[in-house]
Design a protein around this ligand. Sequence first.
Ligand code: 5GP
Length: 192
Amino acid sequence: MNFLEEKIMEDGKINPGNVLKVDNFLNHQIDIDIMRQIAYEFKRRFKGKEVNKVLTIEASGIAIATMLADLYDVPVVFAKKSQTVNSTDDKYVGQAYSFTHKQMNNVFVSRPYLSASDKVLIVDDFLADGEAASALIDIVRQAGGTVTGIGIAIEKGQQKGGKKLREAGFHVESIAIIDDMDYETQNITFRH
Ligand code: 5GP
């Protein structure tokens, strides 16, 4: 088991509805040592790829993105889930069905923060059906930029996102891939 699989086994809780709760190191409290290890692992796996921006979606992706962007010394851009009154910039808009909130959401990136010269590494905490990642890919495309790769902390391999993105030709790296998880037994099987 790698460091993230071990952490999931130690601290993760399986909730009903195929939801893994990892609030004490990723989604509420953030374990900096784990974030650091995730960032180094992405840097290793995407070795040789050109990256001048790390793109994620609020909220939990930001911690991972920031640690990784520090290693590349590039900016982080995070897509916002709601329009704020104090932002009058033109925006790229992507659409994603939220697995956790069970509703369709628009996600926004202001135009000044992505451009055609950008080589973008997309990161997120979870990959389930690939909705969030697809919305981010769409936003990079609208800007005319290039998606260099997609780095995911925890992929839920029983859901269709990973397959869909890999079949579309994206370089997807997930540090822990869950093939199966059982609420009754709290047992998790990882893909190796
Ligand atoms: P997708 O867009 O790939 O369907 O789902 C990924 C997004 O939904 C992630 O940004 C994450 O916030 C949330 N998500 C999906 N599945 C889970 C889960 O099992 N646990 C947690 N904590 N978040 C999840």
